[in-house]
Design a protein around this ligand. Sequence first.
Ligand SMILES: O=C(O)CCC(=O)C(=O)O
Length: 320
Amino acid sequence: MADIDEPNRESRARRAYTNEDGTIRAEVAAQRAAARDAEVRARGIDVGYVESLLERVNEDGYVILPHLIPPETIDAIRREAGPFLQHDGRTEFEGYKTRRIYSVIEKTFACNPIVDHPLVMALLDRILQPNYLLSQLQVIEVMPGEIRQPLHHDDGFYPFPRPRKPIGAALIWALDDFTADNGATLVYPGSHRWGDVPAAGIDVAKMVPAVMPAGSAVFFLGTVWHGAGANRTDRPRLAATTQYCEPWARQQENYSLAISRERARQCSEKIQALLGYSMLFPFIGFVDGRDPIRLLRDRPRAGAALAPAPSPARKKGTPT
Ligand SMILES: O=C(O)CCC(=O)C(=O)O
């Protein structure tokens, strides 16, 4: 008698993308890498350049990316975000002479070009798992007289001992020229390799200010110790930060609540995925057993909001 399960077993084998020990199969990894490089080339970026930047990141934990955005993008951020920069920080970490905007995409789309910047995506594609997430987007204005921010590393609140792989990566985008005097971010080269150390033991004199012209960004791993420098000038230092995390980690900003679906619908597909309209296949991030992108694509029918909750139905298989 024929084994009626055989065809299913075959198709399962065709779909399996992990080895029995849970690691990604070599041919699947190779296909993914080829697709990733093709996408990088399609965006007009030299794969060799991306690799050279990654070498710096592996060595130092960070790299400065010069001239990433044009003056028009900076002007738009300044114009649209400026009116929201009204309140000084509430803690030493936020900075009592520092102004910040959170939930930025709910307030302006002007920062969107930095969120899904092609070169940044190309770097993150090599560092984090597919469908990594945006964890924070802020505009930060360090005012004259601000003192140095407490030193930290951005994935420090995930409770895993160091040394370890980063759980995220971040950029500080210079929207004014960053100088050693106006609060350029201080980074500690090589600190991504450290074990667990107390911030008080770090020798600030060995930190390097990310001096760079407006429109550039410093890219660093979530394990790199850093902090905004003191602003000893009489002018504010404007910046933005984009922070990303693994798709299995919780985002710092709760974007499913902070950004409305109407705003998310107006973002690029990449930003939608970064906000959380994406999954780490097969089980992380699904909604009603399916890919959450459907929430943006399937518009509710008129009156749907008034409809009674659907009765539970048996579901089969994994989210698609
Ligand atoms: O503004 C800066 O230069 C760094 C800010 C930062 O690291 C943070 O707020 O987490």
